[in-house]
Design a protein around this ligand. Sequence first.
Ligand code: SAH
Ligand code: SF4
Length: 411
Amino acid sequence: MALTLDLKDESTRAALDARAAPRPELRELIGLSRSEMANALADVGVPAKQQRMRVSQLWNWIYVRGVSDFDDMLNISKEMRELLKRHFTIARPEIVEEQISTDGTRKWLMRFPPRGAGRPVEVETVYIPEEGRGTLCVSSQVGCTLTCSFCHTGTQKLVRNLTTGEILAQILLARDRLGDFPDTETAEGAMVPADGRKVSNIVMMGMGEPLYNFENVKLALLIASDGDGLSISKRRITLSTSGVVPEIYRTGDEIGVMLAISLHAVRDELRDELVPINKKYPLETLMQACRDYPGLSNAKRITFEYVMLKGVNDSLADAKDLVRLLKGIPAKINLIPFNPWPGSAYECSDWEQIEKFADFVNQAGYASPIRTPRGRDILAACGQLKSESERLKKSERMALESMMIAGHGAD
Ligand code: SAH
Ligand code: SF4
């Protein structure tokens, strides 16, 4: 049975979470670049000659050891800690709900404080443990401005972009809850080697279109891959986009992480319908941006995501055209069984058809794993993440759960 921890219950909350509550009046340090952090320290009177040293101390405590309370920063004087506490916060967001699937997948619903005149927002983050690795699926926006016809997130209006700090907070909070930071009491601040970590990989495949929140996503990923901080290699970070061509070039030049493209159709006419941004950036320009992506090789391939929709894009003729379209691009193809949602107009392809499609693409020399749906019992699968902007009513949730149980899949 899936496990849901009700974090609204006072005693569970207190036992699980003894952290300080976020205080919106304080300035957030998480998400600032090193130079922004130095300027923030200057603003509160930290002398110029100390600023660099303080930034590296803070960086280490926040990102290597994962502390969320200035009082845990043992090598910083009490006086300095008091100053930091008066002006800044490194508190984690509130966890509204934590769910653990029977297959080990975890999902957190986090609440971020209002920005400006807005309301608090809620965001989902999913952790998928696998043999020898663990992948965290991170959100970049609350809702999405795009309207891909098979995607549940696409039915929600964009509420707002997440800030750099909110994107990073998803990683920090997941590592807290998984016990993935070194023990501050005993450790000498040593970094946990990449191989031994629970969160070894990041995918920007949660809610939202990351390339429509480019600056915040860029800084968050540069901080996540910083070798003196979280130190998650850029080879282990994958950004998924529906195809915002100009920002694909910028991703290659300015971020340098692995790229995934939500392809889903191999003809413009069908892709216009499934992934409407195709009208702005059609397949030819998208494929050119892929060919131009820096550093591509067989060891560094682009992932093409392809959702399997019964009778829509799953014929062998589609598979053939797919192989033709990707010719010359070091690629792997991720076949995603469609995850239904109430009111969706599509059905998942028959399992036999997905396998035929995969075999064809495989024989043409492309790795084409079928993505096993994970965390179905907690609605954590691709395209099912929702925000508080449109939370499921109980009846809808039950309908969706029974669709999941009756649905197709590898399990
Ligand atoms: N907006 C970005 C990041 C989201 S990634 C993008 O579109 O690439 C989430 C992946 O899940 C995308 O490939 C998306 O197309 C896919 N997806 C969305 N809804 C889905 C559904 N109902 N079933 C299966 N996959 C879905
Ligand atoms: Fe937005 Fe991606 Fe969903 Fe399309 S598939 S609506 S881009 S989240």
